[in-house]
Design a protein around this ligand. Structure first.
Ligand code: DOR
Ligand code: ZN
Length: 441
């Protein structure tokens, strides 16, 4: 084994980008960090002028399908997608078969994840009924070595306020109990905000069966109603609430004012809600069928605004692989909801940071864009803090888990070049600017 010297790159952190050489020891730790390190004898030298160096990033919302739906994806298949996309830590959702609603189910996932090289996989706990709350309490308060070990792999609780893939909606009183328990035990709570009554009402009145009807069947008001409910519980119980995949203008406004009121609320947006609008259903069909639904252009524009003004804390992919065959259902509204997006999340964000709008068929929002350090904040620093993930930034003596990114590299998205199991992407043929060049894991 040789030492590695990464020379002339710029390390990105929340305070900006600073040109720094990085010397990595033979046991893959950061040995030295300063400008102009002399290459030690026999070191491999990587010339990184013009490149950015990030710690391996965090995607705090993914679905890996294992156990139970390995035909869609597995921890192993999706770990290749993660690492190639510059992601080194993910938080996986509980809607597998069986769902992660018991200590035993969590232990099974943790055992499987131990065999996966390079990717750190954490698992959210799901709750749909009182028995699962008891399991959660055992997990969080048990002081056996096993309970303590498993807790380290669980970043919090995921609450579905309406059904989505996997039908994990928490019913009636259970929702309030989830907020109360998470507040008492200080567990981060993530909410998928869609309101079952609003969605059920929409179902009565929508008769269209084309794919565009998905946005009418799961309308923006649905997120707004559920969000109002969730924020009211947050105020009542003083829980730390994280809103998953915020998707509407009014939703962003509610989160902004809840933050101004001092509530402990954070939120994430997905690349698909930042880059697509309901105008895309005609071209992309079920490829952009997702919950919450892709909505009108005013929502996309408001989400960018919320990213730019700091209302949005994290960008997460909500990577949700389904097979091509499932997506090609002849009845489009019956195709499963979900978009695989983890591997392209960073290139999409780098493209926006380069000032380019990557969607080949839509006009850019009036305001969009990011600084390279925003990507660090949204995809590393904030999710790391919110979920207590313990990921290390690039520091001397710490493990060298980092990526070298060429922010100017142009490439065209082709599904065969992607590593996840599903083999398709709604971003096919997009020209992106910014690519992961090397991964140290
Ligand atoms: O579109 C979605 N797909 N939304 C979800 O909430 C779940 C996800 C999935 O697991 O496929
Ligand atoms: Zn999800």
């Amino acid at each position: 084994m040789k030492k590695t010297l990464i020379r002339g790159g710029k390390i990105v952190s929340s305070s900006g980008t600073i040109e720094t050489d990085v010397l990595i020891s033979v046991n893959k730790e950061i040995e030295e960090l300063k400008p102009k390190i002399n290459p030690p004898k026999n070191a491999e030298v990587i010339e990184a002028a013009g490149r950015l160096i990030y710690p391996l990033l965090i995607d705090c919302h993914v679905h890996f399908r294992e156990p139970g739906m390995e035909y869609k994806a597995t921890m192993e298949s999706e770990s290749a997608a993660a690492l190639n996309g510059g992601i080194g830590t993910v938080c996986e959702m509980p809607n597998t078969i069986p769902p992660t609603v018991t200590v035993v189910a969590l232990a099974d996932k943790v055992r499987r994840a131990a065999k996966i090289d390079g990717l750190n996989i954490k698992f959210f706990f799901g709750v749909t009924e009182p028995a699962h709350l008891q399991e959660l309490r055992n997990l969080w308060t048990g002081d056996s070595l096993e309970h303590r070990r498993l807790r380290r792999h669980c970043p919090g609780v995921k609450l579905f306020m309406d059904h989505s893939t996997g039908d994990l909606r928490a019913e009636g009183d259970v929702i309030a109990s989830v907020f109360e328990t998470c507040a008492e035990l200080k567990i981060p709570l993530v909410a998928h905000c869609e309101d079952p009554e609003t969605n059920a009402e929409a179902k009565k009145s929508v008769t269209a069966t084309d794919i565009g009807a998905h946005a009418l069947l799961r309308p923006p008001e649905s997120e707004v109603r559920a969000l109002e409910k969730a924020l009211a519980f947050t105020a009542k119980y003083s829980v730390s609430l994280h809103i998953a995949h915020l998707s509407t203008r009014e939703g962003a406004e509610l989160v902004r004012s809840a933050k101004n009121d001092g509530l402990k609320v954070t939120c994430e947006v997905t690349p698909h809600h930042l880059f697509f609008t309901s105008d895309d259903y005609s071209d992309l069909g079920t490829f952009i069928k997702v919950n919450p639904a892709i909505a009108g252009v005013e929502h996309r524009d408001a989400l960018w605004q919320a990213v730019l003004d700091g209302t949005v804390d994290c960008i997460a992919s909500d990577h949700a692989p389904h097979t091509l065959q499932e997506k090609r259902n002849t009845e489009p509204l019956k195709a499963p909801s979900g978009i695989p997006g983890m591997e392209l999340m960073l290139p999409l964000l780098l493209t926006a940071a380069a000032g380019r709008w990557p969607h080949p068929r839509s006009k850019p929002p009036p305001a969009f864009g990011l600084k390279y350090q925003d990507i660090f904040r949204l995809c590393f620093e904030n999710p790391n803090r919110i979920f207590g993930l313990g990921c290390e930034a690039i520091q001397k003596t710490k493990p060298a888990r980092l990526i070298i990114v060429d922010p100017k590299k142009e490439f065209t998205v082709t599904p065969v070049a992607l590593h996840g199991k599903s083999g398709w992407t709604p971003y096919e043929a997009w020209q992106l600017t910014g690519k992961v060049e090397s991964v140290f894991q």
